[in-house]
Design a protein around this ligand. Structure first.
Ligand code: AMP
Ligand code: MG
Length: 339
């Protein structure tokens, strides 16, 4: 199929209108959000949702997040909503925060991949919210990449992966946050962090003091253990180049990578000029938000360096750093080198 390119920077109104019409007709459209670009379809249309899984090559049991553009829509998506969900909504919405709640009846079966729960988010990005409003539809939207590849933070990333496989792409600016939303499950005995994002554990604990961080956030799932978040069990974000996450101070990282042959480095700005192999900086080690913005672009670009191995300097696990670390440890297949 031909993928329509809708330039939302040059002609915003038309892009919103055309995207909404396509979605109402059961099509699938990539749209910018503040986290990463999403591949959207009506959360009420099972066939449209199945086309998302097909275009991405996404495993059927990896459920999608449903996006809404106002709090009133929440009761169309979820049921038996606890008070604490409304407290979280007041604190973190609109924004990069997703809650897992009991699923409402109207949501298409395939959205949740067979689970009785549904993930829901009210994004802050104007473009996706205007498309939800205009179409009158809650939009199920996973990241708009080929499954397993780094998530897309620019329209060019989406086009690289999905041109010809989706009905349209709304071309907006680059994503501000750069990593996918924080996912918290509110269906178990205690609230559980399933995926870290720009809303940090410290911020969450102000509303959810009993928050548990799921083991899958930082560790490889053991064989036979069921994933609380199915997405966490798959290899993800990996470049074709073999990648290793390296923990240690700047001096040891620099000497380590400089001793390697046929290798490249993804490093911090502070050490960039001391690294003598092909390299990319993903920002200052003191600025986790910038690291988050750049991490997926660097992972996508690494293969163009044509080296055998890439060594990535691990960020701190503080604040948004936890989300960056979580993505990188998956990109590296949990191969961590401690210097
Ligand atoms: P993506 O759409 O690529 O941002 O991935 C969505 C993430 O949310 C995946 O890690 C899913 O496993 C997770 N998720 C979506 N729905 C649910 C749910 N009902 N229960 C647990 N995790 C979910
Ligand atoms: Mg994804």
């Amino acid at each position: 199929m031909e993928t329509l390119k809708l330039d939302a920077i040059a002609d915003y109104e038309n892009s919103i209108n055309v995207a909404s019409e396509i979605l109402n007709g059961g099509g699938i459209v990539a749209v910018p959000t503040e986290t990463v670009y999403g591949l959207a379809a009506s959360a009420y249309n099972d066939d449209a949702i199945k086309s998302i899984f097909a275009a991405k090559g996404r495993p059927q049991d990896n459920p999608l997040i449903v996006h809404i553009s106002n709090l009133d829509m929440l009761s169309d998506i979820a049921c038996d909503i606890p008070d604490v969900a409304y407290q979280c909504a007041r604190a973190f919405w609109p924004g990069p925060f997703t809650m897992v709640l009991p699923k409402g009846d109207k949501i298409a079966e395939s959205v949740s991949g067979g689970l009785k729960t549904v993930a829901v988010r009210f994004p802050s990005d104007k473009t996706i919210c205007d498309i939800i409003e205009k179409s009158g539809l809650p939009l199920a939207a996973p990241s708009a990449n080929t499954s397993g590849k780094p998530s897309p933070t620019t329209a060019a990333h989406v086009i690289d992966d999905l041109d010809g496989k989706i009905n349209a792409v709304v071309i907006g600016g680059d994503c501000m946050v750069g990593v996918e939303s924080t996912v918290v499950s509110l269906v178990g005995e205690k609230p559980r962090l399933l995926r870290p994002g720009a809303v940090t554990p410290e911020q969450l604990r102000a509303i959810l003091p009993e928050l548990i961080v799921d083991d899958a956030v930082l560790e490889k799932l053991k064989d036979g253990v069921a994933a609380a978040s199915p997405g966490m069990k798959y290899k993800h974000y990996a470049p074709n180049t073999t990648a290793f996450l390296v923990e240690g101070c700047s001096n040891s990282f620099v000497s380590f990578v400089n001793s390697k042959e046929n290798a490249a480095a993804i490093c911090f700005e502070e050490e960039y000029y001391n690294v003598n192999v092909p390299k990319m900086s993903y920002g200052s080690k003191r600025d986790e938000s910038t690291l988050a913005q750049n991490v997926f672009s660097c992972l996508r670009d690494i293969d163009s360096l044509n080296v055998k191995e890439v060594y990535i300097h691990a960020p701190s696990k503080d604040g948004v750093g936890l989300a960056v670390y979580n993505r990188l440890i998956r990109a590296c297949g949990f191969e961590v080198i401690k210097l």
